[in-house]
Structure formats: structure tokens, C-alpha cells
Design a protein around this ligand. Structure first.
Ligand SMILES: Cc1cc2nc3c(=O)[nH]c(=O)nc-3n(C[C@H](O)[C@H](O)[C@H](O)COP(=O)(O)OP(=O)(O)OC[C@H]3O[C@@H](n4cnc5c(N)ncnc54)[C@H](O)[C@@H]3O)c2cc1C
Length: 537
């Protein structure tokens, strides 16, 4: 199927591609079905339907100057570009654009680590640098630095953080956009801009002081469409000397409320890294009566959950803790956490995990993380990129809804009940929201929960069901003030529409900016729900 950019005929498209070839070289411009296959979103719930959004071509520049020239050519021809860094955004649209016929601006050739400073703990990278690349460079140079990496490791710090991706170590670093410092951007007219201290010629603090002077526009480029990011700085963790894990379980359902309060305190005081909440009772979900209880309409009562846990001889909740730092402080912090929680929650039990100096040996990385999680999780917890988490992908992929909610036990119970009941309309889906669903603490001060139904290339009815469930989740969650943190292009308008305070003033503000700097929609029109005037209808 050949696809053309909006408002363009085949003859002009051929001229346009010739102009791109003149900028980047004939080998670095692609079009046609076979070459464009890799730019499809293989996780798309509308795969092979009329709604799937296909790119018309792809172009891969090798320098900032070439990016700037490509943008200028696109502007002259009014062709939308869709910038990607490593293009692995699966679950959130992969490399495919918001607008059918856009040209993918693939930045994979710009793959240099431009600065890596051990003493000052930062890096400056180009978009095509993957987490594997950055990790290897640190290893090759023998630097005592740790990268907070997401799964899978073939993604890039630039692409991941521009979609506000997350990782698994200490709070300050898990929010990847939050951990960035300074960027270089090619604007929709081809001009090159640097943010923060990068705007001051001769400054040596571009990767350390994020603000510079005056307004700070960096946020416009994350989940936005105001430019093509060509360099980005990130803060890195000094490699911790030691690593320790442990787990605490609490018996009663209501204990979760107190447990969360104490874990929040430990997190906010920077005494622990990412935590994993869970429930020992998940082992009982195979039991039909118990499954019926945890998926009961209106939610089970505390007494019902407590009685079931007591009968099983198990606790209702568990939390796995991680400690990073000098050996002595990891031990002190664990002892402190244990004393604090055990003295506050009757019946709470502490379980020692594992502990060893960093860097971990290959054997330690491959061994399952204790007390209960998998080896893959141990790699990412220690900043070692991996493709292992791909094993969670079912069928041909998945779509994802991860609502942001308050960091309290009560909020978790409410989400379990409200979204659990709402999803009863889709009985073929696994019960994502049930009375044992626990929150993620990726970001430092909020919780999120997971809804990730699979997609199947040869099962349109299943995909339609998943698609409808996804839309319902977005709408019902918004009625309660829980917003999706990130979305594939096909859901971005729905999600953006839920951030509607004062007659959608936020979106209208973004659109005013977009109209001012990119009225023809050259950069990713529609990304983040921001449409320029040309495409608004
Ligand atoms: C099994 C599995 C596990 C996952 N686990 C995680 C996880 O732990 N954490 C997590 O965050 N994600 C996770 N993901 C989602 C995704 O795979 C990663 O976030 C991945 O890093 C994103 O792809 P990328 O880094 O190649 O970014 P890209 O695909 O290159 O970029 C993402 C988006 O940002 C924009 N963009 C990219 N580069 C630029 C640029 N230079 N200028 C302007 N805009 C740009 C584009 O709109 C692009 O679509 C997971 C996915 C799967 C399938």
C-alpha cells in the first residue's frame, strides 16, 4: 500500500524525496512497503485496518545540520515529520506517527555519547544512543556510574525520556524526563536552540543547572511537538557501593494504608529505591472461589479478605524494598525501615533478602532477585539494560493504560473497585483491576496501576474489544481524577481531552503556541493531543 503525505500528489512526493536524498544521501531515505514495514507499530490494536497510521517515508540524517535541512525541506513542502530516536516505543505507538502519510525522521545514526563525566555524574547524548550503548560506554571506560534504565534496553535515553518513560532505581532518577538536564532542539523553522545553561555561550554547566534564565521551555518537547531534540543531558547515579533487598508482609487488608504511609516516608527520605508492592495471596487466584471474591462487584469487604488470608495462612500484602549505598548505610536503613514498620503494624513480618557489593557479577545478575522477583528485574534494578522483559509480551503485543493516582492505600482500594467494576463489561480480559492489584511507584510521589490488554494481528474482534476497554478506562478513570501518564497516538486525543480544566485551556494554550511556531504542522502534528490549525478539523 503506498501512502502519500497529506495534501500531496505522487509527483511532488517524488520531488520531495529527491530533495531529502540531496541532504542525507540516497542510502538514507526509504519509502515503499518493504522498507516501511519496520516503521509500523506492531503492537497496534488497529493493525491492518483502515485506522492504522502509516508513514509514507523515512529519512535518517547524521548530524544536527542535516536535521535542520530536512526540517526546512519538509516545511517548504508542508510535509509532517515524525521524529523518533530509537523508535522502540512499543505499547505507546512504536515508531508510527499520529498523522497518516507523515515522514519518519529517524535519528538512529546520531548515536554519539558526547560527554560522560564521572566526577560530576552526567552525560550528554545524541538521540540514537541506546541504553545498551550508554551502559557499554560506561563499562568500556571503567567509570563508576549507573544508568537508570527502562525495559527493554534497546530504547534510548532521549526517546524514552521524551515520552516520560521510567526506570527502577532511586526516586530522583526513575523519572527519566525529570532526570534530564539541558537539551538542544531543532525548531520547526530549522533553527537550532539550546535550553538552560546551553543558551549561554561558553557555559560549562549545561548538564548541571537546568533552568538558565527566564522561562524554561524544556517541558514542551516531552510528549509534545514543538521541535526535534538533537542532544540531551542526563544526571547519572554514582555507582552505589552496595545493594540490599528485603521484604515486609502485613496481615490485614487495611494494613496496606499504613504500610504505604511508612514506605512513602522511606522513599521521600531517600532511604530506599524503587519498591514493589504485591500480595502473597496472588498464589490463591487460581482458586475459583477466591477469584470470585477478589473480582466481586463493588469490591470485597476487609473482613472477607482477612478471613480468606487467615484461612490460607498468608498475609494480605507484601512490599519488596531495595537499598543502595555504602554497605553500612544499607544495613542501617533496612534496620530502620524494619523497626519503623514492624512497630507500627501489628503482625508485620520482615524477611531478609540478598546483599552484595556493586558492580554485581554476571552470576549475581543472572540469579533471581531475592526474596521473590525474577532475574530480569534484578538487572534493571541495578541499571543493567536487558531485553529479557520482552518475555511479558503476550500474543502480538499490548496497549497500555497507566493511570496516575494518589500515593495512598485508600486510593488504591478505590481504583480497584471503580475500574474493576467498569471492566466487567469486558469479561474476556484478565481482571486487571481486582482486590489484589497493587500500585507501581515509578514516579516518586504518585502511584500508577497497569492495564495492558494484548493485541492479536489476526483477531480483529479481540483487538476491538481491547480498544473499547482502553477507551472506557480512560473515560471512567478521568471521572475520578486519574489521568493516563502516557499514550499511543491513537489514544492521545482521548487522554488529552480528559485534561479539560477551564474549557480545555491547557490544550488551547498549546495550540496557540503550535500555531505560532508551526502552523503547518511540520513536527509531529497531533502528538500529545496538540494539533496545529491546518489539521485541527
Ligand atoms: C515489554 C516492555 C516493557 C517496557 N518497559 C518499559 C519501562 O520499564 N519503562 C518505560 O519507560 N517504558 C517501557 N516500555 C515502553 C517502551 O518500550 C520504552 O519506553 C522505550 O524506551 C521507548 O522507545 P524509545 O526509547 O526507542 O523511544 P522512541 O520510540 O524513539 O521515542 C518515543 C517517542 O518520543 C518522541 N521522540 C523521540 N525522539 C524524539 C526526538 N529526538 N525529538 C522529538 N521527539 C522525539 C516520538 O514521538 C517518539 O514516538 C516497555 C515496552 C515493552 C514492550
Amino acid at each position: 500500500m503506498s501512502v502519500l503525505p497529506p495534501d500531496m500528489d505522487a509527483g511532488t512526493f517524488a520531488v520531495f524525496l529527491e530533495e531529502l536524498r540531496a541532504v542525507v544521501g540516497a542510502d538514507w531515505v526509504w519509502s515503499g512497503d518493504e522498507d516501511m514495514f519496520t516503521y509500523r507499530d506492531s503492537f497496534s490494536p488497529v493493525w491492518n485496518t483502515a485506522q492504522e497510521r502509516h508513514a509514507s517515508a523515512a529519512v535518517a540524517p547524521e548530524s544536527v545540520e542535516q536535521v535542520s535541512q530536512v526540517v526546512r525541506v519538509a516545511r517548504r513542502h508542508r510535509v509532517p515529520l515524525y521524529p523518533i530516536s530509537t523508535g522502540k516505543n512499543f505499547g505507546y505507538g512504536g515508531p508510527s506517527p499520529n498523522v497518516h502519510g507523515s515522514v519518519v525522521l529517524d535519528l538512529k545514526r546520531m548515536n554519539r555519547v558526547l560527554a560522560l563525566d564521572e566526577a560530576r555524574a552526567f552525560c550528554l547524548v545524541e538521540p540514537g544512543v541506546s541504553y545498551f550503548d550508554l551502559y557499554r560506554e560506561i563499562q568500556d571506560r571503567g567509570l563508576k556510574l549507573m544508568v537508570d534504565c527502562p525495559d527493554p534496553g534497546w530504547g534510548s535515553p532521549v526517546g524514552n525520556s521524551l515520552d516520560r518513560g521510567i526506570g527502577y532505581t532511586m526516586g530522583y532518577f526513575r523519572d527519566h524526563f525529570g532526570a534530564h538536564c539541558g537539551m538542544e532542539v531543532v525548531l520547526p523553522d530549522g533553527e537550532v536552540m539550546r535550553t538552560g545553561m546551553g543558551a549561554m555561550p561558553g557555559s560549562d554547566t549545561w548538564q548541571e543547572y537546568p533552568y538558565g534564565f527566564g522561562p524554561s521551555p524544556d517541558g514542551l518537547f516531552a510528549q509534545g511537538n514543538f521541535g526535534v531534540v538533537t542532544k540531551m543531558g542526563f544526571r547519572l547515579l554514582p555507582l552505589p557501593e552496595y545493594y540490599r533487598t528485603a521484604m515486609i508482609t502485613v496481615p490485614k487488608r487495611r494494613d496496606f494504608v499504613k504500610l504505604v504511609e511508612h514506605v512513602n516516608y522511606l522513599n521521600d527520605s531517600a532511604l530506599i529505591g524503587e519498591v514493589e508492592y504485591g500480595s502473597p495471596m496472588r498464589a490463591k487466584m487460581a482458586d475459583r472461589d477466591y477469584l470470585a471474591l477478589v473480582t466481586k462487584t463493588g469490591g470485597p469487604s476487609d473482613a472477607e479478605m482477612d478471613a480468606a488470608a487467615e484461612a490460607a495462612g498468608l498475609h494480605n500484602w507484601q512490599v519488596e524494598l531495595q537499598f543502595f549505598g555504602p554497605e553500612k548505610s544499607t544495613l542501617e536503613n533496612w534496620n530502620y525501615a524494619k523497626d519503623r514498620i514492624l512497630s507500627a503494624i501489628p503482625g508485620a513480618v520482615a524477611i531478609e533478602g540478598e546483599h552484595f557489593p556493586l558492580p554485581a557479577t554476571e552470576e549475581q545478575l543472572d540469579h533471581a532477585r531475592q526474596p521473590y522477583a525474577s532475574s530480569i528485574k534484578r538487572r534493571r534494578s541495578l541499571g543493567v539494560p536487558s531485553l529479557g522483559e520482552w518475555k511479558i509480551v503476550r500474543d502480538d503485543g499490548h496497549i497500555g493504560f497507566f493511570p496516575v493516582l494518589p500515593r495512598t492505600g485508600e486510593a488504591v482500594f478505590e481504583v480497584q473497585r471503580v475500574l474493576g467494576d467498569a471492566m466487567k463489561e469486558f469479561p474476556a480480559l484478565p481482571p486487571y483491576f481486582n482486590a489484589l492489584t497493587t500500585p507501581l511507584m515509578w514516579h516518586t510521589h504518585t502511584f500508577q496501576m497497569v492495564f495492558a490488554p494484548s493485541v492479536r494481528h489476526n483477531d480483529p474482534a479481540h483487538n476491538e474489544m481491547a480498544h473499547n476497554a482502553m477507551k472506557k478506562c480512560v473515560a471512567v478513570a478521568a471521572e475520578h481524577g486519574w489521568g493516563d501518564y502516557r499514550a499511543a497516538p491513537i489514544y492521545q486525543d482521548d487522554v488529552s481531552g480528559t485534561f479539560s480544566f477551564n474549557n480545555h485551556i491547557l490544550r488551547r494554550f498549546h495550540e496557540q503556541l503550535k500555531d505560532a511556531i508551526d502552523p503547518d504542522g511540520i513536527i509531529a502534528p497531533g502528538r500529545g493531543g496538540v494539533w496545529p490549525r491546518r489539521f485541527r478539523q
